[in-house]
Design a protein around this ligand. Structure first.
Ligand code: AMP
Length: 423
């Protein structure tokens, strides 16, 4: 994980850090570690996190950091209820400590006057429930053209309450497309649709309590851009403890392509799939079991009858479509009391399949978002903070600042981090 573990690592101003300290927050929560760098970098974010995880700080700290004091309304938060709106506003005030930034709640059931004043005054932050906001929009009071951040909080509850048309109407009143952040405790299809409609190329982050795990096995899901999968795998192969690794791909072509990428990164590997002669498959398995190759890439078909012990890691390079396959694969790691890790790569396009898988497994996997691989290939370099050192070799990537790396170059660069694998 390259997410900062301290508030000081996010590039927030001294004023903001002082406000965080005044709140008594010593360490960022998981959703804050994941989301703050993304929001700071300008990305749209879809966050699956319930109230109590620190999500308000996750969106409001970077939003406050990026708005211009005195620049009129810039941050619009939509909430399902008056109570939540009030709470978000209280947190906003606390986090805006030491600045002149003003925030106001706009909701039904209370007098119009102060809400109208807030728009006239140009309060930078408005936290609103959709009904009253539209009311004020229709009266010509709520002018939303200057909004630069749109935050949809507790999106699942807003949809449950039937606010979808109101949300759409509010959005129609906005000017230039704002940076959009959507938070929801759950991600049913309706929320997923809304997220896709409201955001552009969003980063998905998630905080969930992990379900019951098979003993000794940890299960992790990485959200990853499809073209960054090889780079992410190569990166992981450079991590301590990644010894014998079994990788499953959905297609034969995928398996062969991955093998070429591993070859270029000078990582020893072999491939088994149904186009390969049985003799070759047996030999590949033997070499893998004997530790002559580190990585065995296999397709779904080839996994049947595979009986290999002592694997440190299983990687589902593509999300398995069948929970039975998932369970079989995962069972190959961590045998005989050994610990193991099962890692699944999830792209935005896999999200539906992945949710179905989790549903069928009746447990949630731990989610990891690694900004270097969830981002575009060059995004590592667009970050404000120098990228943290990534390996024992001490070869950080901060020195590449200003140069855009293609995914291939990134993979090549990362491959330098895995030189000591002698087989
Ligand atoms: P939220 O999920 O945003 O409603 O936050 C839940 C509670 O956690 C609120 O009372 C916050 O003040 C508190 N909180 C948020 N972030 C942190 C943090 N990093 N450390 C300690 N408490 C926090």
């Amino acid at each position: 994980m390259t997410e900062p573990t301290e508030f000081s690592g996010f590039g927030l101003s001294e004023t903001r850090l002082a406000a965080v300290e005044a709140q008594g927050w010593t360490q960022p929560t998981s959703i804050q570690r994941q989301a703050i760098p993304l929001v700071m970098s300008g990305r749209d974010v879809v966050g699956i996190a319930r109230t109590g995880t620190g999500k308000t700080g996750a969106f409001m700290l970077p939003a406050l950091e990026r708005l211009a004091e005195g620049g009129g309304l810039q941050v619009l938060v939509l909430c399902p209820t008056r109570e939540l709106a009030q709470q978000v506003r209280d947190d906003t005030d606390a986090l805006a400590l030491g600045t002149g930034i003003r925030s106001t709640v706009v909701c039904g059931g209370v007098a119009y006057g102060p809400q109208v004043d807030a728009f006239k005054r140009g309060d930078e932050v408005i936290v609103a429930t959709p009904g009253r906001l539209i009311d004020l929009q229709n009266r010509g009071t709520a002018k939303l053209k200057s909004v630069r951040f749109l935050i949809l909080d507790e999106a699942d509850r807003m949809l449950d309450m039937g606010f979808r048309p109101q949300i759409e109407e509010v959005v129609r009143g906005l000017g230039k497309r704002p940076q959009t952040l959507l938070f929801s405790a759950t991600m049913p299809n309706a929320v997923h649709d809304l997220a896709l409609r409201m955001t552009r190329d969003p980063a998905w982050v998630e905080v969930t309590p992990s379900g019951t795990l098979a003993q000794g096995i940890s299960e992790i899901a990485y959200s990853v851009r499809p073209d960054m999968k090889p780079s992410l795998l190569i990166h992981l192969l450079g991590q301590p403890g990644w010894e014998q690794v079994l990788v499953f791909t959905r297609t034969k072509i995928g398996a062969d392509t991955l093998k070429s990428r591993l070859d270029s990164a000078r990582i020893s590997s072999d491939v088994i799939h149904s186009d390969r002669h049985m003799r070759h498959r047996t030999r590949a398995i033997d070499r893998f079991t004997a530790g002559e190759v580190r990585v065995l890439v296999a397709t779904d078909i080839a996994q049947r009858g595979l009986d290999i012990e002592g694997i440190s890691h299983v990687v589902n390079y593509d999300v398995p479509l069948d929970p039975g396959d998932y369970v079989h694969r995962t069972g190959r790691t961590g045998r005989a009391g050994a610990t193991g890790e099962a890692v699944t790569f999830v792209t935005a396009a896999d999200l539906g399949a992945f949710r179905t898988l989790e549903h069928q497994l009746e447990r949630r996997l731990d989610k990891v978002h690694h900004p270097d691989y969830d981002f575009a290939g060059g995004a590592v370099l667009e970050r404000r903070e120098p990228v943290r050192k990534r390996s024992r070799s001490g070869r950080g990537m901060g020195s590449q600042a200003g140069k855009r790396l293609e995914p291939d170059e990134l993979a090549a660069l990362l491959s330098h981090d895995t030189p000591g694998r002698k087989r």
